[in-house]
Design a protein around this ligand. Structure first.
Ligand SMILES: C[S@@+](CC[C@H](N)C(=O)[O-])C[C@H]1O[C@@H](n2cnc3c(N)ncnc32)[C@H](O)[C@@H]1O
Length: 301
């Protein structure tokens, strides 16, 4: 498939208003994601890789808590979640990257509230609760174990239509025939001898470790004018796992544009939404850069 031919055609199906920037294979909207999503046709998105604000941890472009809460709150999330379900294609996947915040000595529990709402009130399946293990950690608390992870909830509208599991874990029992055992409800164990010899590489486990920050998560200096950039490799691995070339990938909290940049490099159509104009400007710089990266790439990502 040649980029620009098939990829560009889908854009006519998306709203023309509020487009802040666009290219042949992508659109960036600057505005409130609930309002923007309401204008999307149903079943128009294949994959979402995103990270919302973590409760009240940062106000982003807002100047006060009150302003932030008009931008993002649990009430707003509820409307957003229903809209998100509506715009996802059957079999589409949403990767919801989220950490918790501790207030008055207790974790708030917002990630659990949100993922259960997605399941119980919207109809998404919780396909996999994955962990993003951060290779570097913040200054540790004195009275708790080091906080070193965030959730990556993989939720889906029905059974995921595209799954490419990454197989890059060196198997412990390479070349051997292994046994599979299963404990039944009555406590007995059944053992099946597998005929297949174990391959050199096995499928990854669902805890993924990445380095974050400048020079590690991305080498785009301008990205870090945004306070919460996730690693490019995290976006790349999820885009690879749950979509195909030519699919439409959305980030409704696109921030510095990490998902948009990686989608472009990987020949997906991309749609971003962010309420902060200053963040949209960073995202534009980064997707423009992706053009050169594509040209100089020796291998497909
Ligand atoms: C955790 S950051 C996303 C960072 C992004 N993953 C990256 O790598 O740069 C969350 C983003 O959500 C945006 N945001 C918050 N409320 C929003 C809303 N109602 N509509 C659109 N964007 C919103 C903020 O401006 C912020 O950039």
């Amino acid at each position: 498939m040649r980029r620009g031919e098939v990829l560009g055609m889908w854009k006519a199906e998306f709203p023309a208003s509020n487009r802040y920037y666009e290219e042949e294979d992508g659109i960036l909207y600057c505005g409130d994601n609930v309002e923007v999503l309401k204008q999307f046709k149903e079943e128009s998105i294949d994959l979402v890789v995103t990270s919302p604000p973590y409760f009240l941890q940062r106000w982003y472009s807002a100047k006060s808590e009150e302003e932030f809460l008009s931008m993002w709150s649990f009430d707003k999330f509820k409307v957003f979640a229903k809209e998100l379900y509506r715009v996802m294609k059957q079999g589409g996947v949403v990767v919801w990257v989220m950490g918790d915040q501790t207030i008055d000595g207790s974790e708030v529990g917002e990630p659990y509230k949100q993922v259960l709402y997605f399941k119980e009130e919207c109809g998404f399946k919780i396909w996999d609760t994955m962990i993003y293990k951060k290779a570097g950690i913040r200054y540790p608390d004195k009275d708790r174990y080091y906080q070193i992870f965030e959730f990556m909830f993989v939720i889906s509208k029905g059974v995921p239509k595209t799954v490419h599991l990454i197989q890059d874990r060196i198997n412990k029992y390479v070349g051997k025939k292994v046994r599979d055992s299963k404990r039944l409800v009555n406590g007995d164990v059944t053992i099946t001898k597998l005929d297949k010899t174990t391959d050199y590489f096995g499928v990854r486990h669902n805890i993924w470790e990445y380095k974050a920050g400048y020079g590690m998560g991305s080498t785009d200096k301008e990205a870090f004018k945004h306070p919460a950039v996730f690693p490019e490799a995290l976006a790349k691995d999820h885009i690879y796992s749950w979509s195909n070339e030519g699919d439409i990938v959305l980030d409704p909290f696109s921030g510095s544009g990490t998902t948009l940049k990686m989608s472009k490099i990987m020949n997906r159509g991309w749609v971003g939404i962010d309420i902060g104009k200053e963040y949209c400007d960073i995202a534009i710089e980064r997707v423009k850069k992706a053009e050169n990266i594509k040209k100089t790439m020796l291998f497909k990502v």
